[in-house]
Design a protein around this ligand. Sequence first.
Ligand code: SF4
Length: 694
Amino acid sequence: VIEMGTPDRAVVTTCAYCGVGCNFRAEMKGDQLVRMVPSKDGKANRGHSCVKGRFAYGYATHPDRILNPMIRDSIHDPWREVTWEEAFEFTARKFRGIQEKHGVRAIGGITSSRCTNEETFLVQKLIRQVFGNNNVDTCARVCHSPTGYGLKTTLGTSAGTQDFDSVEHADVVLIIGANPTDGHPVFASRLKKRLRQGAQLIVADPRRIDLVRGPHVRAAHHLPLRPGTNVALLTAMAHVIVTEGLTDDDFIRERCEMDAYQDWAGFVAEDRHSPEATEALTGVPAEEVRKAARLYATGGNAAIYYGLGVTEHSQGSTTVMAIANLAMATGNIGRPGVGVNPLRGQNNVQGSCDMGSFPHELPGYRHVHDAEVRGMYEKLWNVTISDEPGLRIPNMLDAAVHGTFKGIYIQGEDILQSDPDTKHVASGLAAMECVVVHDLFLNETANYAHVFLPGSTFLEKDGTFTNAERRINRVRRVMAPLNGFADWEVTQHLANAMGAGWSYAHPSEIMAEIAATTPTFAGVSYGLLDREGSVQWPCNDAAPTGTPVMHEGGFVRGKGLFVVTDYVPTDERTGPRYPLLLTTGRILSQYNVGAQTRRTQNSIWHDEDRLEIHPHDAETRGIAEGDWVRLASRSGETTLRATLSDRVSPGVVYTTFHHPETQANVVTSDFSDWATNCPEYKVTAVQVALSNGP
Ligand code: SF4
């Protein structure tokens, strides 16, 4: 795709990168995409965009796209191009053969947070109806699964509480574990506008991100905590709020479970949780914690926004609950300008979770234990659904290594590059008899695949994405699929090759099934989306045009639940051999493992991952700007070049993970969140030494 000529028509669609969900006019000349213009009517972006959505779409027609299906009997054989029919028959034969030999639970699949709601719904349906088990998981496992657990437990629903417009009513904003300027740029612009109007900002982050001291903005407080101590810091803030009498007692009495509140308040009031007692642990001066807590509790409407720096920890779910505790204790929930807001990473990570991609939940976050919901799907799909949760991604890989899990269908995710402990992922994949990769490119995971099914881009399909504010946005087909099929059609053909008999003619029919079976989507239809532009779920009879702010009159679970969140140190410890802590993140122009952005002109802005290291740590190791360094942990090692920066504190190093040459996840540990198995990407004990290069 290149910029060319004067457009003769436009199609309004949604960006396929981050969870902000910007709307664009894809301007066309004939069947050529001329340019992407941010839509003024886009309710998430209001005419704004970033360099990814605006410019980084050239991957759609990049020559690396694989357009023909391929199969091979062994991963050591060369690929053989086949017809779609042969690929579906080969896959169906392999999967059925495995199930006959090893049982129905010996196969499973992974849905994609890059694909549409409709495509995700079909993949989980394939697994539950056709495979006959609950072995479905999603890439949200490795990013925001703790959000689902933590917010459902405390508030009653697995989603952020506000719309993005809400930030325009905030007086105080606490950003923790997120770097919106790089990760969610259009939201960052809206936040900065509010800051310029006088709202105050607190940043809790090990790095001095741009929002701390950037152009035109300056945080009132930066709390540069030691990686892995989120819970201790949030509990210290809660200590100040409770012991200094800054709680909103009317809100707590009316809206929350009092017994749980009293347990929590007694716990956080203990002296051991004071900012002074935890200063050595978190590394944040006690007085700064006190000031930040007072500002959050008394500064007016206070909103919390957080990212993967909260969730990707061994206490990720605990941290999400600690955040919800703070919001409830100060009455900062249930109206514009406040709330608890996860900044979702991928375009449809909210949607993939909504659509039943977890092994313990059917669409709409209903547990497989719920006999009534199971019964509804069993009748509709003519199948028996197990009340036993299936395997999570790490459990699938473990079971593969132990010989009980033999086949997997992976739609739109490169687990070899994006999941932690790369060696373990490779061992699991190598042990399987049939790995099916359904993707745009021959990614790293495809090295272990027996079937490659070509995927389609967002430009080639109809459907919907759900952004971080629960907004269901339409994705509209701009060009015909280069490979012949949109992804939902590929899944349908595979299901039918295995005997399903599906006959969806258009994604709107899949949405009709979603709406008919999922109460929070009951009012959603393509007609409504065309009329309204987009709607936020819940969208049903009670809220026919959607719900911008949740928990207004009461919490979805009834009363809000305070949860005691005790700090437990990660098992990933520094020591003489691995004295530094590595944390990871993203940069504005690139996206995740870079499969798309690296195949666009955006690469001119960032062509390698670098290791950010404090000048003091660099000097003691004899490292100068631009030197090659060896980065090693207990899991593995890699080589990259160094950038000296005081954005990180001494003792902390930082890198991005956009380039496969770096393979940053070779280094990350296999520790994970206690509740959800979300990997602890953000804390790895490492050593850094001068190197001669790769
Ligand atoms: Fe796309 Fe996110 Fe950038 Fe918007 S902010 S254009 S959704 S990458």
